[in-house]
Design a protein around this ligand. Sequence first.
Ligand SMILES: [Zn+2]
Length: 350
Amino acid sequence: MITFKKTEWQSYLMQRDASHTRPSAPGDLICALGEIRWDPLLGYTVRITVKRRGQWDEDTELPDISRQVSNRATCPFCEPLFSSVVPGFFPTFSPTVHIQIGEAICFPNRYPYGTYSAVVIFSKDKHFISIGDFTPQDYRPAFDASLTYLSKVLDEDNQAHYQAITQNHLPSSGGSLIHPHLQVNADSVPTNFHTIMERALKAYAAESSSHYFHDLINEERNGDRQIADREHTFWLVPFAPAGQREVLGIIKNVSSLFDLSESAWEEIMAGIIAVQKFYRSLGVNSFNCALYNFPDPEGYYNVIVRMMTRSNYQPYPRNDMTYRETMLWEPSIEYYPEDMAQALKPYFVD
Ligand SMILES: [Zn+2]
């Protein structure tokens, strides 16, 4: 049984200026409304603070980053630098110096996060892909190269089964380079996300004799937060988003990235691209994306894909993380998830 717990809050203040952004006059009493929501699985709290959104949704033009994009000569993921600076795998790990599938190339991260830390570029020739312009032909070989790498990792260390395929798109999302790429991670030591999710999913299964993601799909089906219900995937805006404009895709009845069918991958890629097109429609150019693997002998896990927007890559952006996220560890979400799901639905057209 999943509980969607929330409480509403009110904050009263007196208007002192004749701000044109509010339909009120000096001296008017203003009541700001919001909510505190509890994540139904993990229990963390989120503040819904739509009044703070301010100008976020007013400018839907993507920032002009043509100057930053043009600096290709210094990009290590483009030739001629690629051939001279990008590291290669040891022959004991891979018979080829890089793992190449189509135009996608996987290589060890020059600045690794752990024992197994790789980068996958979509293509040496694609120095910049704007949000929403990615295609399945970009993602499919890149995911294949990621899976080939993760499989080789498990051949070498069968305990490195806490895995993630992730994407920082543009430097404002944490990426050090504009050139589109994925980060591929595997470790025997779980990340905090893996630890917390694994513990909670197992506890849920033990307490309810049920499966959290199956139950979540059943609870959310045809509800206000559903975006799309497909043959292999279910897409929703989480009740308590952990980041701005978070989208969760649940892959039905599959618990490992290695077991996804071709048609499931097609739905995942179509979903990732549809969400990007929605983000772009809001004037947002930067996002994070992640797919996860867990050790799952008991089948408590579903493959999930998570996406969220980040501050725009542009001169002097307002960052999307405030003291609330960094110091209080409580996301402050500037929209109602139900409103976002309705706005996102048209991007999931068949
Ligand atoms: Zn490049």
